[in-house]
Design a protein around this ligand. Structure first.
Ligand code: ATR
Length: 273
C-alpha cells in the first residue's frame, strides 16, 4: 500500500517539498504519496489529526506551524528540543514523534556539498531567531573553533548563546562588537533578505571568509550576498542545498533509505548572479 506523507504550512503554494520527496521516492523505489496541505491557521492540530486518521505516516512542517507542531508532539528528539521547534513529524500508532532537520541539513550542505569543514572553523551566524537556534547544535557538534552569534537585538544573541554554552564555544553579541573580527564562514540566518534588507554587518568581517551562506532560497543575489561578493568572498551559496538536505534526512528517518541529493540540488539551483 502506498504510504502517505505531506508538508503542512500556510501559505503552502510555493513549496518544493512534494517535488523533492517525489524525486527521492522515484530514485529509491519507495512507494509513497507526498502532497502539500494548506493548514488552517486556527485548527492546526485538527488538520494533523485528520491526516493521521487518513493513514498519514509523517509530515514536514513549515511556517507558521513549527512551534505548534512541537507542542503537539508526544515525543521530541534532542535536536527538536534544543531548536524549540520541529520541521518533521513521524506518526507511529498513538505516538507523534518530532525531530528537526533544518540545522543538520544546513551543516551537511556546507560540509558535504560545498566542501567547507566546520571542524576548527571560525563561524559567524547573524540572526538569533528560529533559524539560528536550529543551526546551533548541528554546528557545535562538528567542533568549530568558535561560533559567534550576532544580532540586531543583542540581548537575544547573548541569551541564545548561553543556552548552547554546554555544547561548545558559542558567544552572542551585537553587530558593533564585530569590528576587527574575521571569520571563515558567514551565515545569514536573519529574515532580512525576505524583505530585501541588509543587516548592519561590517564588511570587514567577510574579508577572509571562504563561504557566505544565505539561508533564504531562490532570492538571487540578496543584499547580504552582494556585500559578500563585493568583499571578495570566493563562494556564495543560498539555501537550496539546505532545503534538499533536510528533506533527505526526513526521508531517511521515515523510510530507512538515504536518497542521493546531488541531482535534485542541481535541478533546483537558480544561478545567483
Ligand atoms: P526565523 O524563524 O526565520 O529565524 P525570526 O524568529 O522572526 O525568524 O527571527 C528573525 C531574525 O532576523 C531575528 O534575529 C531578527 O533580528 P531581531 O531579533 O533584532 O529582530 C533578524 N532580522 C530581521 N530583519 C532584520 C534586519 N533588517 N536587519 C538585521 N536583522 C534582522
Amino acid at each position: 500500500m502506498t504510504d502517505k506523507y505531506a508538508v503542512i504550512g500556510n501559505p503552502i503554494g510555493h513549496t518544493k517539498s512534494p517535488m523533492i520527496h517525489g524525486s527521492f521516492a522515484e530514485a529509491t523505489g519507495q512507494d509513497i504519496d507526498y502532497r502539500a496541505i494548506e493548514g488552517s491557521l486556527d485548527r492546526f492540530a485538527e488538520d494533523v489529526h485528520a491526516f493521521r486518521e487518513a493513514g498519514g505516516r509523517g509530515m514536514n512542517v513549515t511556517a507558521p506551524f513549527k512551534l505548534q507542531a512541537y507542542a503537539l508532539a508526544t515525543e521530541r528528539l534532542e535536536r527538536a528540543e534544543l531548536a524549540g521547534a520541529t520541521n518533521a513529524l513521524k506518526f507511529e500508532g498513538d505516538r507523534i514523534v518530532a525531530d528537526n532537520f533544518d540545522g543538520v541539513g544546513l551543516a551537511n550542505d556546507i560540509q558535504r556539498n560545498l566542501g567547507f569543514p566546520l571542524e576548527g572553523a571560525r563561524m559567524l551566524v547573524i540572526g538569533a531567531g528560529g533559524a539560528a537556534r536550529g543551526a546551533l547544535l548541528p554546528f557545535l557538534s562538528q567542533r568549530p573553533e568558535a561560533v559567534v552569534l550576532a544580532n540586531r537585538t543583542e540581548t537575544k544573541a547573548i541569551e541564545l548563546a548561553k543556552q548552547f554554552a554546554t555544547h561548545g564555544r558559542v558567544q552572542g553579541c551585537g553587530y558593533d562588537d564585530l569590528a576587527g573580527e574575521r571569520f571563515d564562514i558567514v551565515i545569514n540566518a536573519t529574515s532580512a533578505s525576505l524583505k530585501g534588507e541588509l543587516p548592519p554587518l561590517p564588511a570587514e568581517t567577510l574579508r577572509e571568509a571562504g563561504l557566505a551562506y544565505e539561508l533564504a532560497y531562490g532570492k538571487g543575489l540578496t543584499p547580504f550576498l552582494r556585500l559578500a561578493r563585493d568583499a571578495g568572498v570566493p563562494k556564495l551559496a543560498d539555501g537550496v542545498g539546505m532545503l534538499v538536505e533536510q528533506a533527505a534526512e526526513a526521508f531517511l528517518w521515515w523510510r530507512g533509505v538515504r536518497p542521493d541529493t546531488r541531482g535534485v540540488i542541481d535541478r533546483m539551483t537558480i544561478p545567483l548572479a
